[in-house]
Design a protein around this ligand. Sequence first.
Ligand code: FAD
Length: 604
Amino acid sequence: MTHLHHASHQPTLQYHVFDAVVLGGGGAGLRAALALTEAGHKTAVVSKVFPTRSHTVAAQGGINAALGNITEDNWEWHMYDTIKGSDYLGDQDAIEFMCREASEIVRELEHFGVPFSRLDNGKIYQRAFGGQNLNFGQEQAHRTCAAADRTGHAILHSLYQQNLRAGTRFFDEYYALDLLKDQHGEMGGLMVMNIHDGRYHVLQSGHILMATGGAGQVFRNNTNASINTGDGLGMVLRAGLPLQDMEFWQFHPTGVAGKGMLISEAVRGEGGVLKNSLGEDFMQRYAPHAKDLASRDVVARAIAIEVKEGRGCGPNKDYVLLDLTHLDDATIKARLPGIRDISLTFLGVDPAVAPMPVFPTCHYMMGGIPTDLHGRVISPDKNGAQQIVKGLYAVGECACVSVHGANRLGGNSLLDIVVFGREAAKTISHALHQNSSKKTQQAGSADIELNLDSVLQRIRRWQNPAPSTDTLLAIRKALQHTMETGCGVFRNQDSMQKALQQLVQLQQRLEQVTLSDHSQAFNLERLAAYELENLLAVAFATVHSALNRTESRGAHSRVDYPERDDSEWLKHTLYFNDGHRLDYKPVNLHPKHHAAFAPTERTY
Ligand SMILES: Cc1cc2nc3c(=O)[nH]c(=O)nc-3n(C[C@H](O)[C@H](O)[C@H](O)COP(=O)(O)OP(=O)(O)OC[C@H]3O[C@@H](n4cnc5c(N)ncnc54)[C@H](O)[C@@H]3O)c2cc1C
């Protein structure tokens, strides 16, 4: 380990060398780290919170795999549902790969110790989830493997324990700022800050895996933890690389009204029904076949329309009701204990006795860092040809592989993170075996001079406190409000143009604001500043991508362009930081094993 003192006003940097650095201790990062450590590579995991507090812990409903424990099932039906759910924007090669791997990877999780709920015959319990059918769109499937309604908690803890056993090195409560390049312009490492003492460290490695999760904090009402600020996305944009399909954000139909936290789709999977102020089961009108278990974008829009047309409930008619009262208390306690807790705590409602007030809430980011199905980050060259970015990988919610396209099916994200986490680790391991010279890298600055200065400049920007009337918190709140009103469940040209103007003003405010505190909390203030820079970058990417897509597809619902337009828009958006530039690339319609599914009208 080397200590290097730079010129005055520059922080002291401490250097560490690893074969691979995994940025993120959620399900995606931990699954990848486990495979890397087990393959004998010196692997670090960096997480800004203790790993088992990563947002995977909040996943409730379950993970999809065509195990067929309740009804006959197969991966091709799962593949079809995922492609249809994506509104045909998902890449069919990646979706096929994920669905084929699903059953085996769930069994692997079982062997890692995940305590899945059980059927009477001892097999894993599988519940009904939205947008999932048997036989290419026929009857409802039971495909979502559940550990009660705490599936993410169970998976994350098992993966963490496995990593402890294997000997992964953890940098807990370290905040990553930026990617560093080596003197050849290739991946050189990661700049991180120890949140406790505010010191900066450089983790040197030629292989960096981004697994930083989602960015739901960009919207006011959301189901995400406050740490979900899109840091990995900001880092990638600052490195000159694109983000893909950032116009597609999933609004979960059933957030706690006025508060945002999630009431899982598992509630409707167990028989819960949505009702308006007339007591009507209104989903029958919007999705006569699948009803309450239609795809999420369909149900979220239906609720928003019911409220807009005056059939909302409560004094302000601004929510609908999710009714479980026809289920018996014992079933609710056994299958939905976490939801019961949330309802009792945040709504004061026992779901066995009274229905729960719900409204759509921002939940999941379908877009992210573009990758191939082996987890390698890809970016177009000057001629538009997609090239692999050497040494950089991305998996999980921060990545766009793209298996979710324009709309994710519930239960497919937990699957995505473990399937592609494991696959990216295989890719990195293979690269490490091919290029063992990276293993002999020496700790020190010589290897990473190329863009160190620009990263240090960012650090200096937030180094010195001074009085200012504006605050980071005020800017963050204004940003969330702007995005919710300008680019929410429904959007149009006007609402998004206004949002853009407001984002430009917020950018100016962020450039002027100073930090207020010089005490212990100063590290947290700095961290909040870095996070806000990333949130703003994500907001710009979202609005620019959404403004230019003049159609409605999946979760991107434009009032001024209500139809899907495959002739013009069956393609992925790429957004770059420089000048808010946009580019496009085709959807992959070439699965390896199954014939392609051609886009057709999407009804439920
Ligand atoms: C309430 C809720 C319920 C859900 N339920 C389901 C479900 O039932 N089924 C399903 O399939 N999906 C579900 N999802 C979605 C799914 O849980 C997530 O998409 C998935 O867990 C994301 O995993 P991840 O590993 O990519 O990211 P996360 O688990 O969010 O982990 C991100 C990691 O990155 C680290 N990190 C980020 N930025 C930095 C930084 N700058 N420096 C250091 N560390 C950093 C964090 O500390 C964290 O360790 C749910 C989501 C929510 C919000």
